[in-house]
Ligand binder design. Structure first.
Ligand SMILES: Cc1ncc(COP(=O)(O)O)c(C=O)c1O
Length: 465
């Protein structure tokens, strides 16, 4: 009988080896080569069902639509899984709209979000029958033009900028302490309130455009729940202003954006300010309770009838994060005794492929996949192969490792592939999907030829004098 320790519903350690579902991680690394991203189909499905369940149970006033944020992972196979689970999506730009449509999302469950949408994108969204979440007053004219040209009705929502100045607690976004209010003030998304009032008046005179809802997204600022009642109060206070200005208009769709943490929550723990923060975020049920009860109370306080309002949420990291791990191989170990002792475990991957080390100051959880229950007694930087410092996990506590060992970085299913770059002309890793004992490519790894595929060298430059 194998000795088994469960890390969560998807990851386990069996006889000292890390498993993702029923697949041994080190064996995946050897079979598919490293570096690779690995996604668990079962975990994605579980996350999708959990988000639906936790919010549907609590928001009984109307329907709930979970719009998984496709920017977090636009591998088409992962999107098909979520489409099968009844999730819609938030998309940004022409590429993500393409991914949504090719990934089986019913068009009326797509929210085309994002700043500076151009004519082509708006026309494609209207043609497809997707919802357009306006980010500026100027976009409304493009919507009307497209709707007229295509002879179709268009459905728009307004992304608003509530007054978040009550959010005085610090955000996790920056190394230096900054309030959430200040971070929100600098964040460009959404239509300034004076303009949004005007948009509402104009849209009501456009027979080919329906104003179906409102949207706000402030993002993941902390892993507690304290931000939510304040966010919702500010949002609903603005909705009341819009209602009063627009002759009693009420939103049919009320979108609260994303920002729910990954359960192990690697966010920000690479910063000295947050490095000792207790690992892990509250259970999703706690967020769902705070969000739905705060919303219900705020709507009531402002005299709205919540019945029939569709609550929309847009989790990105919360849906994909813990469904993915990243696998690398140890290539070399370097240790320096003087002038200061230091040890580096050199791998075949890079923080260029796990860029939230830099963007979000993440601290990934590393595990030596083939020695997963050996206690760590050596401190070393796990580093990547680029010419940058490339400290993927600084000062990791590891067991003795040798070249050929596999290192797994947990919770890398959201954003890492989409943010990766080709620095040092490195081909980006592919993605393998596991399902029980099955494992298959869903995104092939890049080759060096792919990296140079866009290059054009004029003939006159191809000779040396
Ligand atoms: C509009 C919008 N919705 C949802 C998300 C997803 O956020 P998260 O991954 O924090 O849930 C984002 C991410 O930036 C976003 O911009």
């Amino acid at each position: 009988m194998a000795v088994q320790t469960r890390l969560d519903e998807c990851l386990s350690i069996r006889d000292g080896r890390l498993f993702i579902e029923e697949c041994e991680a080190h064996a995946l690394a050897r079979r598919f080569g490293t570096p690779i991203h690995v996604m668990s189909e079962d975990q994605l499905r579980r996350n999708a069902r959990r988000y639906r369940r936790e919010f549907e149970q609590r928001w009984t006033d109307g329907p709930v639509l979970v719009l998984a944020s496709i920017k977090a992972n636009f591998a088409l196979a992962t999107r098909w899984i979520l489409s099968q689970e009844g999730l819609g999506c938030d998309s940004f730009g022409a590429g993500e709209l393409h991914a949504a449509l090719q990934g089986g999302v019913p068009p009326d469950q797509i929210s085309v979000n994002g700043s500076v949408k151009d004519e082509d994108l708006i026309s494609a969204a209207v043609r497809a029958g997707a919802r357009i979440t306006l980010d500026s007053a100027a976009e409304l004219d493009l919507v009307r033009k497209a709707a007229r040209a295509l002879g179709r009705r268009a459905s728009v929502r307004v992304r608003v900028r509530p007054d978040f100045s009550a959010l005085t607690q610090p955000t996790d976004w920056y190394e230096e302490e900054t309030s959430i209010a200040e971070a929100a003030r600098l964040y460009k998304a959404g239509i300034p309130t004076d303009d949004v009032l005007e948009v509402g008046h104009r849209v009501r005179s456009m027979p080919e455009v329906d104003l179906t809802g409102v949207h706000t997204h402030i993002g993941r600022h902390t892993n507690g729940t304290a931000q939510w009642p304040l966010v919702i109060d500010a949002y609903v206070a603005l909705l009341a202003r819009l209602r009063d200005a627009w002759e009693g208009w009420t939103p049919g769709e009320l979108n609260l954006g994303g920002g729910y943490p990954v359960p192990r929550d690697p966010f920000g723990r690479g910063m000295s300010r947050l490095q000792n923060r207790q690992a892990g975020a509250p259970d999703l049920s706690v967020y769902a309770e705070v969000v739905t009860s705060s919303l219900r109370e705020a709507l009531q306080a402002h005299g709205f009838d919540a019945r029939g309002i569709r609550l929309e949420i847009e989790p990105g990291r919360g849906i994909y994060g813990n469904a993915g791990i990243h696998l690398a191989t140890v290539r070399n170990i370097k240790a320096q005794g003087s002038p200061t002792p230091h040890r580096w475990v050199e791998t075949d991957t890079s923080d260029m492929f796990l860029p939230d080390v830099v963007w979000e100051h993440n601290r990934w959880t590393p595990m030596v996949a083939n020695k997963a229950d050996t206690p760590g007694d050596l401190v070393a930087d796990i580093v990547g192969l680029t010419c940058q410092p490339d400290r993927i996990v600084p000062e990791a506590l590891l067991p003795e490792v040798v070249p050929g060992d596999s290192i797994a970085f947990l919770d890398t299913g959201a954003y890492q592939d989409g943010l990766a770059c080709n620095f040092n002309a490195l081909p980006r890793p592919g993605t393998v999907l596991v399902h029980g004992e099955q494992a298959e490519w869903i995104k092939r790894p890049e080759t060096v030829a792919d990296v140079f595929m866009r290059d054009l060298v004029p003939t006159r430059l191809r000779t040396l004098r």
